[in-house]
Design a protein around this ligand. Sequence first.
Ligand code: A3D
Length: 320
Amino acid sequence: MARKKIAMIGAGMIGGTLAHIAAREELGDVVMFDIFGGVAQGKALDMAEATTVFGSDVKLAGTEAYADIEGADVCIVTAGFPRKPGMSRDDLIGKNLGVMKQVAEGIKTYAPNAFVICITNPLDAMVWALQKFSGLPTNKVVGMAGVLDSARFAYFLSEKLGVSVKDIRAWTLGGHGDDMVPMVRYSTVGGLPLNVLVENGMLSQEDLDAMVVRTRKGGGEIVALLGNGSAYYAPAESAIAMAVSYLKDQKRVLPSAAYLSGEYGQNDMYVGVPVVIGANGVEKVVEFPMDASEKEMMEKSISAVNVLIEACKNLEPSLA
Ligand code: A3D
């Protein structure tokens, strides 16, 4: 069986980390595309040399020619600009929308059958624009944010409770912004929902509230610490989990920015919801029943995403 081909569109901090993990895990041959082709080539050569140490036979290449992504099975898009301290994700929209247009053209021309995972911010609006610009099927274009936001929530819980990360399942839905919706009732530690932990005195409401706030601001916390650029290890691991579910038809249920056609009462937009990812891409959107306060938070988050989608339409009339 021929090796799979994985294209990283953008060879910056996340793109490089993605390539490293994909090579190490032998997920397939890796090609890194970047407008700064030298950076993509340099990173690819550095990692290719490392394969002889960690013993992986995959091939790595860097390029500034879209033709080199031809036939890719998976494309992971990080091309664009990250935040600087003091910037919100939304401040990136003008610059990154133009990047999505170029990337969509490249993928549509050379890898129209790929499963495309977008990471570029502001995430929900950029994945929406990428799908529109490319015309690829909506089940094959998805955004990564929920796995990361949920991972952050899970990490804070494991730290606070002194419990293995393996026994925590956290869910964060909605748009990838400060209005994201950590789903307390559906997040579990050893199978017990968080509200049950609070009721039984195993976790205080104050600590839980503080972790919800920290999760919402988790990206900004790292931006402030780094001083230049944003998180890349956890974002890369999160996108790899989604890619692996597709490549191995694992059918994992993962929170992802997915195209909605009536689910959660929404149409023609992308927002973070639980989805089943398998060999057919996004195979199903799972609808979590929501109580009044969860619904209110989700609606607020969806409205914030819709404002950004409208901004994209104003900036790029072909999307309207
Ligand atoms: P960075 O290290 O700057 O890498 C971006 C790369 O994109 C650079 O190497 C650029 O040269 C390249 N690039 C710019 N324009 C183009 C273009 N037109 N075509 C091809 N390549 C181009 O950033 P990063 O890797 O740290 O972050 C990448 C994106 O992910 C940013 O938009 C971040 O805001 C975003 N991000 C999203 C999350 C989510 O959870 C959704 C988390 C962290 C970062």
